[in-house]
Write a protein of this length. Structure first.
Lengths: 328, 281
């Protein structure tokens, strides 16, 4: 399979996002397996230094598209640029992280080019010379093997954390090449007005040694109280999965996962949390994970060290009593 | 304003699945279905926009007869009418085919805004709305947490969720497709009056033929990705499942955690007070 793999790297505030390093690392491995060339694509304004740094670190060619009109991300500019890159480079594969940006432009780009976009992949395989990806469906309870269809380029995004075993290697061909793509102002329909940091509040879960987190299984704001009680008894911090903060049972700053905080406590006790991938990426690197859930097939058990299949309202009160005994 | 809200029906969250004999789908016979969570938030946002600026909300769902439950619940929440796209040939379709079908169904309907959920909980494509916008030649914004449409109906100012507690505020021209993130609002419940009124509201049914779509454009044939097979994931970690009554399991757990020194340094209440300070309001 001769050809090229292009990794679209994302950056914020002059730094590459960690997911993009993951994608580059995996891209290098895949390029080696398929004997293809790898290039990293960077889009932005004033990214010369970043491009040099990325190129030196991975020793790969970096293709930059630098424009004042790319200071803030818009789907129109990204799609215009990447469709021209696709035309010029004739890549076999476009790889990117499954980010809030990829979700926004990749389906549009793939459709513009008459192609499909395989989102949020967690694994890959090469079967009889054919590349296939694996993605999670049905809330992480089933895996789906997806093949590439039609003509290249193929568009694939990778789930954060799923490919972090592939470390970035230092290859021998660092180089930065700039490409100019005209971006007429009238084409940019989306205007970015501001980027805001949500009130971080006073909750920094990243330093907590023990976190007790509750999810949808707690059923209501009133019933969520037992999570607070358990946390209090253990001297633990309180975390939550998305449904809890969506429902207003806890303030948003307690949310753990891709849109909330990423935590690595020594002990993470997940109560009534099914384990949507967006939650798992925020807590899966905790040293010890305990899951309490009535559904034995809940994906949370796939990352747990200890599991109790049962009713949180029966198990948690016992834990509270036992914790009180231990503390004495 | 003419507003469309797209609703997908998906299996209930706690469902236990069986993969079917073709290994490309799941067996539906024992499943209970509900409306996809972020789609309910999308419909609520559509209804609020109508209440603010006037107009009409149409709900659309694609699928077999069972999705009528989702359509009716949308009508009971306050939508004015519904479109039901149904055809055996839709089975196995990917996001591109679904978006193509929706684009065909609404091509002559002059909508100003289309709301969809950010992603479905079953296939999790997270792209039907964006592809739909591209097929219609409209603007779009994904993962939307706030919507403000200008009085003249020409623009929408929306807040998009980004990673790690960041948000961006962007302005896009209408017509546009907005994919709505859960948590943007608190969806209303249908009232008894709403449920009674829903019975009189019109549901228009459209088949693939009505949409001018051939079988080769639908299902797996028309799809742009190749769904080969489903399988149950292998566990990455060896989980020790603690058996017994809740009391026994809880006791074993505490013993194990204690032995593994998970509690070796009990954080003091003071040290964690920062984390606990705002836990209740």
């Amino acid at each position: 399979m001769p050809g090229k793999i292009l990794v679209l790297a994302e950056h914020r505030a002059g730094k590459l996002k960690s997911i993009s390093w993951e994608v580059i690392g995996f891209g290098q491995k895949l390029a080696e397996q398929l004997q293809q060339e790898l290039k990293v694509v960077l889009i932005g304004k004033a990214i010369e230094c970043l491009a040099d740094e990325v190129s030196r670190k991975c020793g790969q060619k970096v293709l930059t598209i630098i424009s004042d009109r790319c200071e803030a991300y818009t789907p129109e500019a990204h799609c215009q640029i990447l469709s021209q890159v696709a035309q010029q480079e004739s890549p076999f594969l476009f790889l990117m992280g499954h980010t809030y940006q990829a979700v926004d432009f990749a389906p549009k780009l793939a459709t513009m080019l008459g192609r499909g976009f395989i989102p949020n992949c967690v694994d890959y395989q090469i079967e009889a010379g054919r590349l296939q990806f694996v993605r999670q469906v049905f809330n992480g309870k089933i895996n789906l093997q997806v093949g590439l269809k039609g003509e290249p380029p193929y568009f694939v995004s990778l789930q954060q954390g799923a490919f972090n075993a592939y470390e970035v290697q230092s290859r021998q061909s660092p180089r930065v090449v700039n490409l100019t793509v005209p971006l007429p102002e009238e084409m940019l329909k989306r205007k970015v007005l501001e980027i805001v940091q949500a009130a971080q509040g006073k909750v920094d879960l990243s330093q907590a040694e023990i976190i007790v987190a509750g999810g949808r299984g707690l059923a209501s704001k009133e019933k969520f109280q037992i999570i607070l009680d358990l946390a209090h008894t253990l001297g633990a911090a309180v975390g939550a999965s998305r449904p809890v903060t969506d429902g207003g049972w806890l303030p948003k700053e307690h949310q753990i996962g891709s849109s909330g905080q990423t935590v690595t406590p020594k002990l993470y006790i997940a109560c009534g949390i099914s384990g949507a991938i967006q939650h798992l990426v925020g807590m899966m690197n905790s040293s010890c994970i305990v899951a309490i859930n009535k559904d034995p097939n809940a994906p949370i058990f796939s990352v747990a060290d200890y599991g109790i299949v049962g009713d949180v309202f029966k198990v948690v009160p016992v834990l509270i009593e036992l914790a009180k005994e231990i503390r004495k | 304003m003419r507003i469309l809200a797209c609703l997908k029906q998906v299996p209930e969250k706690d469902s236990r699945y069986k993969i079917d004999d073709t290994a490309t789908g799941i067996r539906e016979e024992d499943l209970v279905f509900e409306t996809n969570e972020s789609d309910v938030y999308a419909l609520e946002e559509a209804l609020r926009l109508k209440e603010k600026l006037g107009g009409e909300v149409v709900v659309l769902s694609l699928g077999e007869e069972r999705v009528l439950k989702t359509i009716k619940s949308g009508l009971a929440m306050g939508a004015d009418s519904a479109l039901h796209l149904t055809d055996p040939a839709f089975r196995g379709s990917d996001a591109f085919v679904i978006a193509t079908s929706i684009a065909r169904a609404i091509s002559d309907q002059n909508f100003d805004v289309i709301f969809t959920g950010v992603q479905s909980e079953d296939m999790a494509f997270a792209q039907t709305g964006t592809i739909l916008a591209q097929l219609l030649g409209w603007s779009h914004a994904t993962i939307v947490m706030e919507v403000n449409v200008s009085e003249d109906g020409k623009n929408a100012r929306v807040k998009r969720e980004l990673e790690s507690n960041l948000f961006e505020v962007v302005e896009i021209p209408l017509p546009a497709v907005l994919t709505i993130q859960s948590g943007i609002n608190q969806p209303r419940y249908a009232t008894l009056k709403g449920i009674m009124q829903a019975k009189k509201k019109g549901i228009r049914t459209l088949s693939a033929q009505d949409l001018g779509l051939k079988n080769s454009q639908l299902g797996s044939m028309g799809s742009v990705v190749d769904h080969q097979k489903m399988f149950f994931p292998e566990k990455k970690k060896k989980t020790v499942i603690l058996e017994g009554t809740p009391e026994e399991a809880a006791r074993t757990l505490m013993e194990r955690l204690h032995k593994e020194r998970c509690f070796s340094r009990w954080p003091s209440a003071e040290r964690n007070s920062l984390c606990l300070a705002r836990f209740w309001f």
